[in-house]
Design a protein around this ligand. Structure first.
Ligand SMILES: Nc1ncnc2c1ncn2[C@@H]1O[C@H](COP(=O)(O)OP(=O)(O)OP(=O)(O)O)[C@@H](O)[C@H]1O
Length: 252
């Protein structure tokens, strides 16, 4: 079923919060399986609002939203968790579980998916090493810096290799070197087949991914629904292995 539909299809979507005016207006676009999308636009343009539609935290006020071939406006509410489990989300404010340590936060999606405890340790340890937090496995989120919390949030979002990754300013709190490393993690996930949508203001980040499609929001309207806007190509970061724990010569 999935292969013959876009992963996401928006048709003339509007979104308003309460009775205020629309913050997204007439948005139409299709996101296709295995593509890498950047969503860009000025502060307040509606990036987070559009991502909220994609990670099913908001329903359009008008228009149609289909995901994985299913109408998300009319789908029964009790069916939504099954769709949400197919998504990895990096929230702008991280939303780590405060009473769990770093290891348990990252392991959460695997536990929800029913992975056995003895099969968790290796993937979580690989992911901890990838994001440079192997020494903080037993720290609680409140004791971490903003950049460290952001890396935990990213590790948690990608570890279960979701069908779609939605990330809101995922490199806003890290230095440029770590931003590239995290981007290469998204790239590796994308190479494994995950559709990736990253909202960012960071033009340098956009330039690192010449194959990515770029969609730009301006005051709630999508200016480049096909992603045809491109930035001048620069070198793609391919120094990292394809996936934590997988040697680079095994890369697809
Ligand atoms: N919960 C809410 N209730 C009312 N208005 C909201 C809410 N969330 C966002 N808005 C408004 O919607 C508009 C778009 O906000 P949004 O956060 O989607 O923009 P953004 O492009 O992600 O901005 P930034 O880059 O600053 O994060 C803004 O005018 C904002 O004030």
């Amino acid at each position: 079923m999935d292969s013959q539909h876009p992963v996401v299809q928006l048709d003339n979507v509007g979104l308003r919060y309460g009775t205020d005016k629309e913050v997204l207006s007439g948005v139409s676009c299709s996101l296709h399986a295995g593509q890498f999308y950047f969503l860009t636009g000025a502060s307040g343009a509606g990036k987070t609002s559009l991502l909220k539609l994609l990670y099913l935290a908001q329903t359009p006020s008008r228009g149609a939203l289909r995901m994985f071939g299913t109408d998300m406006v009319t789908v029964p509410k009790d069916k939504l968790p099954a769709f949400r489990r197919r998504l990895g989300v990096v929230f702008q404010d991280f939303r780590l579980v405060e009473h769990m340590d770093v290891f348990d936060n990252i392991a959460l999606p695997l536990r929800v998916a029913g992975v056995r405890e003895r099969d968790l340790v290796e993937p979580v340890s690989d992911m901890l090493a990838w994001v440079g937090l192997e020494n903080r496995a037993h720290a609680k989120p409140a004791t971490l810096s903003g950049g460290e919390q952001q890396r935990v949030a990213i590790a948690r979002a990608v570890i279960s290799k979701p069908d779609m990754l939605v990330a809101d300013e995922p490199t806003g709190n890290v230095d440029p070197e770590m931003a590239l490393k995290l981007l290469s993690l998204f790239y590796a996930l994308n190479r494994l087949g995950t559709t990736v949508v990253v909202a960012t203001h960071d033009v340098q980040l956009l330039r690192q991914m010449p194959d990515a499609l770029i969609m730009r929001l301006d005051k709630g309207k999508l200016m480049d629904p096909t992603g045809a806007l491109r930035y001048p190509p620069r070198a793609v970061q391919k120094r990292e292995p394809a996936w934590p724990g997988v040697a680079s010569d095994e890369r697809a």
